[in-house]
Design a protein around this ligand. Structure first.
Ligand SMILES: NC(=O)c1ccc[n+]([C@@H]2O[C@H](COP(=O)([O-])OP(=O)(O)OC[C@H]3O[C@@H](n4cnc5c(N)ncnc54)[C@H](OP(=O)(O)O)[C@@H]3O)[C@@H](O)[C@H]2O)c1
Length: 293
C-alpha cells in the first residue's frame, strides 16, 4: 500500500505513522510545516506526482472553543480543504480516509448515536466538521469517514494541543486539586487502537462509507480523570462538578456516545477496554522521550 498522511504531527498522525511503520506500509507522512492542507494546488500536485493508493487526513482545526471566534479558519481547514483533498483523491483514484467527531451531534439522544442519526452540531467547530464529512463523502467515491471522540495519544505529551490525560497528569504531578465535570459523557478513544483499526479498515476492505469508531466505554470526564489518576498512582484530590459549574465558549453535547456496531459488523475488532488503553498510554509515554520543542 502506498500512502500519504496529512497531519502527521498531531496525536493521531503520530500513531498512524507508527502503525504504518509496524506493518511495513510505505507512507509519506507530512506535518503542517511540510504541507498545509489548505494549499489545494500543492496537495493536488503532490497527489498527481506521488500517486498514492490511500490518503489519510489526520489534519484538523481542533480548537473547539476558539472556533467560535475563528469560524472562517475552522471552515477552511475542516471543510474547504477536505473538499479539495477529496476531489484530488478522486482524480488520482486514491482512497481517502478522513476523521470526524462526536461533536457533530447535539447530545440529547438517550442511546448511542448511529451513523444514520442526523447531525445537529451545537458549536461552530461541529458545523465545520459536519461539512467536512459531507465533502469527503460526496467528492470522492472511495472514502471512509471515521467519527471518533476524546482522542488521546502519547503525542499529546509534546504536541501544541496536549490532551486530557496530560492535563490530569500534569495537575497530579503538581499536587494541584482538580475539579472535573461528572455530568457530561464521552467515549475516550486511544490513538494506537484507533490507528490499528484504521489500517484494518483498509486491509480488510470493508465497504466504503461513514463509520463510528470510538472508545468502547462511555464515561463521564470525571470518571476518565479518576481512572487516569489511579493508573498513575496519583493521590491528587479530584472533585466532581456539574457542567453548569464549567461553562465553555463552545457549547458541547451532554452525551455524544457513539455506537460502533456498524463498523464491528463490517469486520473491525471492538475497541479495547478503557483501563487497558490507559495502561498502554502510560507505558507508551514512559518509553517515548518528549520531543524537543
Ligand atoms: N482530539 C480529540 O479529542 C478529537 C475528538 C474528536 C475527533 N477528533 C478528530 O480526530 C482527528 C485527529 O485529531 P488529533 O487528536 O490527532 O488532533 P491534533 O493532535 O490536534 O492534530 C491535528 C494536526 O493537524 C494539524 N493541522 C492543523 N491545520 C492544518 C493544516 N492547515 N494543514 C496541515 N496540518 C494541519 C495540526 O498542526 P498544528 O499543531 O501545527 O496546528 C496538528 O498536528 C481530527 O480529524 C479531529 O477532528 C479529535
Amino acid at each position: 500500500m502506498r500512502a500519504i498522511l496529512f497531519g502527521a504531527g498531531g496525536q493521531l498522525g503520530v500513531d498512524l505513522a507508527r502503525e504504518c511503520a509496524e506493518r511495513k506500509i510505505s507512507v509519506l507522512a507530512l506535518d503542517r510545516s511540510q504541507l498545509d492542507i489548505t494549499n489545494a494546488a500543492a496537495v493536488r500536485q503532490l497527489l498527481e506526482s506521488y500517486r498514492p493508493e490511500v490518503v489519510f487526513n489526520a489534519a484538523a482545526y481542533n480548537k473547539v472553543d476558539l472556533a467560535e471566534q475563528e469560524f472562517e479558519t475552522a471552515l477552511q481547514i475542516n471543510a474547504a480543504a477536505v473538499r479539495d483533498l477529496a476531489e484530488s483523491c478522486e482524480s488520482v483514484g486514491a482512497t481517502l480516509l478522513h476523521y470526524s467527531t462526536d461533536l457533530v451531534f447535539a447530545g440529547d439522544k438517550k442511546t448511542p448515536y448511529v451513523e444514520s442519526d442526523t447531525p445537529k452540531p451545537l458549536s461552530f467547530y461541529g458545523v465545520s466538521k459536519v461539512l467536512g464529512d459531507v465533502y469527503a463523502s460526496t467528492s470522492c467515491s472511495s472514502y471512509y469517514v471515521l467519527r471518533v471522540s476524546g482522542v488521546f495519544g502519547s503525542a499529546g505529551r509534546y504536541s501544541n494541543h496536549g490532551n486530557f490525560p496530560e492535563f490530569v497528569l500534569r495537575r497530579c504531578a503538581e499536587g494541584s486539586p482538580l475539579q472535573i465535570v461528572d455530568d457530561r459523557f464521552t467515549n475516550p478513544t486511544f490513538g494506537t487502537a484507533l490507528a490499528k483499526r484504521s489500517l484494518d479498515v483498509l486491509e480488510r476492505q470493508i465497504p466504503v462509507g461513514l463509520y463510528h469508531l470510538a472508545g468502547r466505554e462511555t464515561v463521564s470526564w470525571y470518571d476518565f480523570a479518576c481512572r487516569i489518576a489511579a493508573a498513575a498512582d496519583c493521590r491528587a484530590e479530584i472533585t466532581p462538578i456539574s457542567r453548569s459549574q464549567y461553562e465553555t465558549p463552545a457549547p458541547r453535547p451532554v452525551n455524544s456516545a457513539l455506537s460502533c456496531a456498524k463498523i464491528e459488523a463490517a469486520g473491525i475488532d471492538p475497541m479495547p477496554h478503557l483501563d487497558d488503553c490507559i495502561q498502554q498510554y502510560m507505558a507508551q509515554r514512559k518509553r517515548e522521550r518528549p520531543r524537543s520543542p
